[in-house]
Ligand binder design. Structure first.
Ligand code: ZN
Length: 423
């Protein structure tokens, strides 16, 4: 049944043009929208009354880790981490090794619920579960599909657990990408845990499946130091020499510690950079001036949460300090994921991905001052209804595509089981 939104104030996400209109929303990964003045007769329609609320394009997350969902409130690590490498060693590389398929399913379902309720209908995920690799991507895919969130997945291959496990990562990637309808990247953890053999195989695989590499890049100075020590060059130079920068669908996450030569290479390439400011602040790894990397910047959460409006605001406030970023620049960065998806030819982010905002402001919102409301007014709490690929998945702030309570009960069970396994 086709969805029909009546009494909407539609905000075009690119032109910021406001229009009082009804909207016909076609279903499907490539569905369109059409504007009407009144409900057309003799149509089989599902009508959603926006009651004069704002309707605009939904959001996307450029770098997520569903595998960290069950970490919220988990027991303290064996040692209090004193630097970035210890954060990985004592927290994330302990957690990811204890995940099984049921826990991955719970993590993906719960993450997808939060994405839906925050108006995030497209997620680019980077997954790690080194002792449970086979079937992990398909498990995440099914969970996202159940909630109705479009996705671009990858498994983060790494040599940190030995050659056999890095080969399993490549096999999972190949198996996933070779199946009809699946879209994803070839994932790599980071330069400092990826040897040349794995890097070469990953680039070859990405080329074969017409996709890009998704890798953490210079998140901490330790990544640069290891690269200089082991390969006699900095990370971006190593990635360039391996062919990673020749793949325009590539996403380099973080890029905090690049020098001028690396920034120049990045700016001259067609690859994309994902900024994850809250994670960088949390890990104390530093803050970058992304304006020096060109315009292919997107925003992610690094698995900390699924609220892209929150990420945009934090990137704005930190960016004010670091790069004097203005309202329009941060809005463009926030919306750039749509350009990435379109330029890369991925599906699931057409015009039929929409949110209805219950934003009852004390001041008028217009085309001219929209960006001020975007930074200081509009929050995820205002997301009232969410339409993903033409289907209503959140109505009146309640998930309707699945049973939220059941999913969160299951997630808590899996969380308890995971925490018991952590040493
Ligand atoms: Zn990450």
């Amino acid at each position: 049944m086709t969805l029909y939104i009546k009494n909407a104030v539609y905000i075009d996400w690119e032109s910021l043009f406001f229009k009082n209109t009804d909207i016909m929303v076609e279903k499907g990964a490539k569905g369109k929208i059409e504007f009407f003045d009144a409900i057309p007769p003799e149509k089989d329609l599902q009508v959603l009354d926006a009651k004069g609320r704002f309707v605009t394009k939904s959001f996307g997350c450029g770098h997520h880790h569903i595998y960290s969902t069950l970490a919220r409130g988990m027991p303290a690590p064996a040692k209090n981490p004193e630097n970035f490498l210890e954060i990985l060693k004592y927290i994330w590389w302990n957690l990811d090794k204890n995940l099984d398929l049921e826990m991955i399913k719970a993590s993906a379902l719960a993450s997808a619920v939060y994405c839906a309720k925050n108006g995030v209908t497209f997620v680019i995920d980077h997954h790690s579960s080194p002792l449970c690799i086979q079937g992990s991507l398909q498990t995440i895919k099914h969970a996202f599909d159940q909630i109705g969130i479009s996705h671009l997945l990858c498994y983060e291959c790494s040599d940190r657990n030995g050659h056999k496990i890095s080969e399993q990562g490549l096999a999972e990637t190949k198996n996933y990408l070779s199946q009809q309808g699946n879209q994803g990247h070839v994932g790599l953890h980071a330069s400092f845990t990826v040897k040349d053999d794995l890097l070469g195989k990953a680039v070859e695989l990405a080329g074969r499946y017409n996709t890009g590499i998704h890798i953490h890049t210079a998140e901490d100075m330790a990544d640069e130091k290891a690269c200089l020590k082991d390969y006699g060059k900095r990370v971006i130079h190593r990635l360039k020499d391996a062919g990673v920068l020749d793949l325009p669908k590539t996403i380099l996450s973080h890029c905090i510690h690049l020098d001028k030569s690396e920034a120049k290479l990045l700016k001259a390439s067609k690859v994309w950079v994902a900024q994850n400011i809250e994670s960088n602040l949390n890990n104390r790894v530093g803050i970058a001036d992304y304006s020096q990397y060109g315009s292919n910047i997107i925003l992610g959460t690094d698995g900390m949460h699924s609220d892209m409006l929150r990420s945009a605001k934090q990137a704005f406030f930190s960016g004010q300090q670091k790069e004097k970023i203005d309202f329009l620049q941060i809005y463009k960065r926030f919306r750039n994921i749509h350009n990435y998806i379109e330029a890369s030819g991925f599906s699931g982010d057409s015009d039929n991905n929409l949110i209805v905002l219950d934003y009852n402001s004390p001041t008028e919102m217009t085309k001219e001052n929209f960006l001020g409301h975007f930074i200081y007014g509009i929050d995820s709490i205002h997301v009232n209804d969410v339409i993903s690929s033409g289907s209503l998945i959140v109505k009146d702030k309640k998930l309707i595509s699945s049973d939220e309570d059941e999913i969160l009960t299951f997630a808590r069970q899996m969380g308890r089981r995971l925490w018991k396994k952590l040493k």
